[in-house]
Design a protein around this ligand. Structure first.
Ligand code: RNT
Ligand code: ZN
Length: 419
């Protein structure tokens, strides 16, 4: 009852600014968030691994006990995490998370059937699926290049992998009747000064062109390329920079993926959204939290996440921006990490829908910049938490004050029993 009262008071407060909190809640319910599968096992995957697999530009740190070691444990953990996250959810898969049943299926041999486990899982629960080819942690990437390699054999192998990944994605999208994105990220690059920037970029264009040759219905598959500034061991140069992929995506009319950890520390993804959207069919987001570098810390409700969602709302672009998460922290309870990060994204989205944008713009048109600034400040102390709690209550999802308890019971009942 008391909760209800605080919601009603919050509702009135927002109504006085012209915002209907119930409408805001309805809007967020309809916006899917794509949650990455790789938080659950520190980006390990289920391949029967050969002897020389390297990390290949990706590193998860921490050894918190209870990590998922197989597909059924990972599915249990995802189910638990999803039960703590409100709204419509998609699961972002990586090719290395196929149901390979212990067989050594190399990346150039993956087939749609390797993902049938996930298909029925998603179908039963009403979740969507997204896909990522896996171009790291593989001997054919050990020399630092995959699609951008000078070695034709290596390029051919990875072109085949990406082409097959697109086939898998299109299959998942068509079977589920809901769009599947295919996000291409390569770790390729150089540790130190190189005279070969142009050479590798030329090969990268050629490889991407070949991998993208086959066309699929746009309602099943959306291809995207993920840019990055640098990687571990690839500090000097990476061919898949943001300039490169922006222009490539524009030429091919595909999407770009903006990962919040992949830019210079003062560069803001929130500013990029309205700059890119007029020119590309879609933008994918990998919401992450880089601390000093692309450290993939768990997303929290920080200013950049709030600003990103506000920008999407102001552009009325939730239909064109595919919101997703990408973090991996192995030093804390992994299910808690998943839930906390995805809840922060949902919070930021709700925050955006509660912004009285029209009122802010009206002050601006009157050139009353003090009133505009004062309203931005007023918003910070609005009873946002009461609206958030009400949304969670309505969805039957625990509020923040009970989140830790829920995560700890799962740790006690399930994770602590794993060897
Ligand atoms: C790496 C990219 C990429 C990966 C996943 C696992 O820096 O962010 O998205 O995190 O593909
Ligand atoms: Zn990413």
């Amino acid at each position: 009852m008391e909760k209800n009262n605080s919601y009603l008071r919050a509702k009135e407060r927002y109504a006085s600014l012209g915002i209907d909190t119930d409408v805001a809640i309805e809007k967020i319910k309809g916006t899917p968030v794509s949650i990455h599968c790789w938080q659950g096992d520190d980006v390990a995957g289920f391949e029967a691994k050969g002897p020389s697999l390297s990390g290949g530009g990706i590193l998860s740190t921490g050894a918190y006990p209870g990590k998922a070691k197989n597909i059924s444990q990972l599915t249990d953990d995802i189910d638990k995490a999803f039960s703590l996250i409100p709204g419509h959810k998609k699961l972002a898969l990586h090719a290395m998370y196929g149901d390979f049943k212990g067989k050594r299926i190399d990346r150039d041999q993956i087939e749609p059937e390797h993902f049938d486990w996930w298909l029925s899982w998603a179908r039963e629960r009403g979740h969507g699926l997204d896909f990522n080819p896996t171009l790291f942690a593989h001997p054919k990437q050990d020399e630092g290049y995959s699609l951008a390699s000078e070695d034709k054999g290596i390029r051919d192998f990875w072109v085949e992998h990406v082409a097959r990944s697109r086939k898998v994605g299109a299959y998942l999208g068509s079977k589920l009747g809901s769009l599947c994105t295919n996000n291409i990220w390569i770790p390729d690059g150089e540790k130190d000064i190189t005279p070969s920037r142009a050479v590798h970029r030329k090969y990268l264009i050629d490889s991407l062109d070949r991998a993208l040759e086959q066309s699929y219905p746009g309602s099943d598959l959306l291809d995207s390329v993920e840019s990055k500034l640098f990687g571990i061991g690839y500090e000097y140069y990476t061919p898949g920079s943001n300039d490169f992929y922006l222009l490539y995506a524009a030429r091919k009319n595909i999407a770009i993926t903006l990962d919040t950890g992949h830019f210079h520390p003062t560069e803001l993804v929130s500013d990029k959204i309205s700059a890119i959207l007029p020119f590309l069919p879609a933008v994918l987001l990998h919401l992450s939290r880089g601390i000093r570098w692309d450290s993939d810390h768990v997303t929290v409700l920080n200013q950049e996440i709030i600003d990103i969602m506000a920008e999407i709302k102001r552009s009325d672009a939730f239909g064109k921006v595919h919101v997703g998460t990408d973090f991996f922290d192995g030093s804390i309870n992994r299910i808690g990490a998943w839930a906390l990060g995805a809840r922060a994204v949902a919070k930021a989205m709700l925050h955006a829908h509660l912004e009285p944008t029209d009122k802010l713009r009206a002050y601006e048109k009157e050139r009353n910049f003090f009133a505009r600034l004062a309203l931005f400040e007023e918003l910070k102390a609005m009873p946002f938490g009461d609206v958030w709690d009400h949304y969670l209550d309505g969805e039957g999802i625990v509020t923040d004050r009970d989140l830790t308890g829920e995560v700890m019971s799962y740790e006690k009942d399930v994770l602590s029993k794993r060897d």
